[in-house]
Design a protein around this ligand. Sequence first.
Ligand code: FAD
Length: 298
Amino acid sequence: MKIAIIGAGPRGVLVTSALLSQYKQRTDQSEPLEIKIFDPYGIGGRVWRTDQWNGLVMNSPADQVSLFTDESVNLSSKVYDGPALFGWLQSDIAKKFLTDEGFDQEMIELAENIAPNDYAPRALYGAYIQWFYSELLRQLSHNISIEVVKSQIISLNTNQDSKINVATSDKEEIFDKVVMALGQQDNYLNTSEQQLASYAEENDLKYFQPTHPGDVNVDDLPAGEPVIIRGLSLSFLDYTSELTLGRGGQYFKMMMVPYSINHLAESQKSLPVLSMGYPTIQNQLVKNDMVKWYNQFS
Ligand SMILES: Cc1cc2nc3c(=O)[nH]c(=O)nc-3n(C[C@H](O)[C@H](O)[C@H](O)COP(=O)(O)OP(=O)(O)OC[C@H]3O[C@@H](n4cnc5c(N)ncnc54)[C@H](O)[C@@H]3O)c2cc1C
């Protein structure tokens, strides 16, 4: 059986884990299993790239994120228990993995000092996914081959034998089954976004179209420049972090205005989206103040 998994984010990696487990438990392992995982960003995928700035953090607390299963998970695969992100970050295994993979000292210290309900840098979750995948490889049974291909899939077609032709820009290959675990995709600009882009171009302004903020270079924005951020959810917090902490800024408390932000932002709710609103603040004390501040308006 030859299987293509498109997307190497958490879902693609979890599908791989489940496939390997089912192959071990439910077959006599006589038929070879060949898995190819396609993703231009490699294992972990785009959201969890390990080379991104550590100020871009998760919005799920570190002790609530895991790729492993336990008895509470109702799956047909055998339970595959292991540490959640928090437990792993605290372990010597993580320290060795991060060191061996060339993470800088700052990132290794962030991992060591994280609290269970802190929000880890996304890059550290990327490292956890990569380590999880390396554990899968370590436990491979015979007759299995698995390969990561750092390419984008540009077309899929079912042929007359009900097999699937999978194409990258330079190669086409036939698979028995394909799993698509593509995550969120960048979209075409809608009419109002096109208008904003054109306006910016005509007036020598910068317009960043909706995408992952971690992929946008905001370093060229001159100091003191007014910035309008449209929307007050996850990307707003990412951009705010990049434009403040990312430029050497700090959170500090003032008497009447606990957190003044020198940006203009608009959204239908006019307030940061609650579930996305706190994570940027990694420090629990500052976060508690922010929750109080937010609750005045809710
Ligand atoms: C900036 C950001 C932050 C987030 N933070 C959190 C968080 O803290 N906690 C949380 O629970 N969720 C978070 N999410 C939601 C998050 O995307 C999911 O939790 C998780 O990453 C979904 O996993 P996935 O494998 O389905 O998709 P993804 O992680 O998005 O992975 C999909 C992968 O598919 C690849 N791909 C897509 N199309 C192709 C193609 N044609 N060919 C080859 N590869 C392809 C992409 O490159 C990508 O790497 C966040 C999302 C974003 C965008």
